[in-house]
Design a binder for this molecule. Structure first.
Ligand code: NAD
Length: 479
């Protein structure tokens, strides 16, 4: 397992020699110690990215596309190795970790396709005395700060488009899951990525973030994480006018209309809500169900949820692993307590479940009936396996409830009537809509949010655009 940082093609420790522990999310057992870097190493990483920039951005886009394809292939070849690391440090079930590796590889394939399409564009003007064109240039050195919940896929979403257009990159993974990023750094060396094109450091988030945003050489930061940290970074980006992509928290509504296929809606609700024990940004967080199918939906949902196996992610058949830390347990407990005090009924779950040899971090899949907009769980992102279900009578009520949040990442609608589906899709104020499906992520599509869920898009040509600075050239034509 790689436990050093990658700067300029060299495996390095922190200048101070300090390290911090990375632990198994299920047991708390130490897996490795990684460097505790700060501002000094953050600057070393910028230096290295700066040295590599000219040569990397000077390659043809199709040469870079070949490298991206090789990265995708190597990821797939190392799927088991990556999946084991992801499961150990994040706690997610092993089949979800394997799925994450495929999803991450898709971002490299998508970016390779897009790199092959990158070209200057001739612009047709109404004036005959000038010839106009637009040239897509790399924005330069870019920074990436990633969350713990998809330690490989969130990195791939940022590294693939950056490399495609010729940027070089400095990366800081989350403290709880840096080993996946370091294994990824090893893969980049193994496929022959030139030294300094991607530099990965671990350590003090605030010191590293400030060093990157305060140094005029870093021209963009792509951040995925909480809205609170996104706000801090947005403020810090002002001095050097750093371009930002912010993929922040979610609070997705999941609306079930009376004509919906209820078993299909239940299956989608279970898989969407309980993937990674509810710790994904696009997890349905608020269920809003038509009153005449309410009991049917709640009963079926609770029946399936209560049968999900809770345990260590590495064991076959486990669907619910641990929450990432004790704070996550406190947050979900508070939300359950608050909801019950305000009249919600626990249909299943509601407490932690003991798992032999493990920490007390396994929360049972929980379904709350009689949820209302006054409850905390309807106002804040839960990031845990809690499904509060509220009732609605009219379509406009459902839309109003769904949009009653400053977040705007994903939203889900279940119904049969195509006119209703189109109407409601248009009215939901979010960046991504699942129509009769709970599976929405796709490396070829524009993933991103609105409002407190951030801005910028990742995936497909939209993801590439975030790393391009268009240069418009206007040449006089002598007639
Ligand atoms: P977090 O904000 O605590 O941490 C995210 C990253 O920011 C980590 O690398 C962390 O070390 C770093 N960080 C923390 N403080 C910092 C600071 N002061 N300066 C610079 N960096 C700092 O989030 P998390 O707990 O790792 O992830 C969960 C959150 O991420 C949830 O809110 C979830 O919705 C969101 N998320 C969003 C998306 C999306 O695409 N919109 C995807 C995954 C997760």
């Amino acid at each position: 397992m790689q436990d050093k940082n990658l700067i300029g093609g060299q495996w390095r420790s922190a200048h101070s020699g300090e390290t911090f522990a990375v632990c198994d999310a299920a047991t708390g057992e130490e897996l490795a110690r990684v460097p505790r870097c700060g501002a000094l190493e953050a600057c070393d990483a910028i230096e290295a990215a700066g040295k590599a920039l000219q040569a990397w951005s000077g390659l043809t886009a199709s040469t870079r596309a070949t490298v991206l394809t090789a990265i995708a292939q190597a990821m797939r070849e190392r799927k088991q190795e990556f999946a084991q690391i992801i499961t150990a440090e994040s706690g997610k079930p092993i089949d979800e970790a394997q799925g994450e590796v495929d999803y991450a590889a898709d971002y490299f394939l998508s970016a390779a396709d897009e790199a092959n399409q990158l070209q200057s564009e001739t612009i047709h003007s109404r004036r005959a005395d000038r010839a106009l064109c637009a040239i897509p240039e790399s924005i330069g050195i870019v920074a990436a700060i990633t969350p713990w919940n998809f330690p490989l896929a969130m990195l791939a979403r940022k590294t693939a488009p950056a490399l495609a257009v010729g940027c070089t990159q400095v990366v800081k993974p989350a403290e709880s899951t840096p080993l996946t990023a370091l294994a990824f750094a090893q893969l980049l060396i193994d496929v022959g990525l030139p030294a300094g094109v991607v530099n990965v450091i671990t350590g003090d988030p605030a010191a590293i973030g400030q060093a990157w945003l305060g140094d005029g050489r870093v021209r963009k930061l792509s951040f995925t994480g909480s809205t609170a940290v996104g706000r801090l970074l947005m403020k810090s980006s002002a001095d050097q006018v750093v371009r930002l992509s912010l993929e922040l928290g979610g609070h997705a509504p999941f609306i079930v209309f009376s004509d919906a296929d209820i078993p299909a809606a239940v299956a989608a609700a279970v898989s969407g809500k309980f993937r990674l024990a509810g710790q994904t940004c696009v997890c349905p967080n608020r269920f809003i169900v038509a009153d005449n199918v309410y009991s049917e939906f709640v009963d079926q949902f609770a029946a399936v949820a209560s049968g999900l196996r809770v345990g260590r992610g590495r064991e076959a058949g486990v669907r619910i692993g641990p929450l990432i830390d004790d704070r996550a347990i406190v947050r979900i407990r508070n939300q359950v307590k608050d909801a019950v005090a305000k009249g919600a009924k626990i249909v299943t779950g509601g407490a932690t479940v003991p798992v032999e040899g493990c920490l007390d971090r396994f929360f049972a899949p929980t379904v709350l009936a009689n949820a209302t907009a006054e409850m905390l769980c309807f106002q804040e992102e839960t990031f845990g396996p809690l499904a509060p279900i509220a009732k609605f009578e009219t379509e406009s009520q459902a839309i109003e409830m769904a949009n009653a949040t400053p977040y705007g990442l994903a939203g889900y609608i279940f119904a049969r009537d195509p006119n209703l589906l189109e109407r409601v899709s248009r009215q939901l104020n979010c960046g991504i809509i699942g129509v009769n499906t709970g599976v929405i992520s796709d490396a070829y599509a524009p993933f991103g949010g609105r409002g407190w869920s951030g801005f910028g898009r990742e995936g497909g040509r939209w993801g590439i655009e975030e790393y391009i600075s268009w240069k418009y050239v206007c040449a006089a034509v002598n007639g």
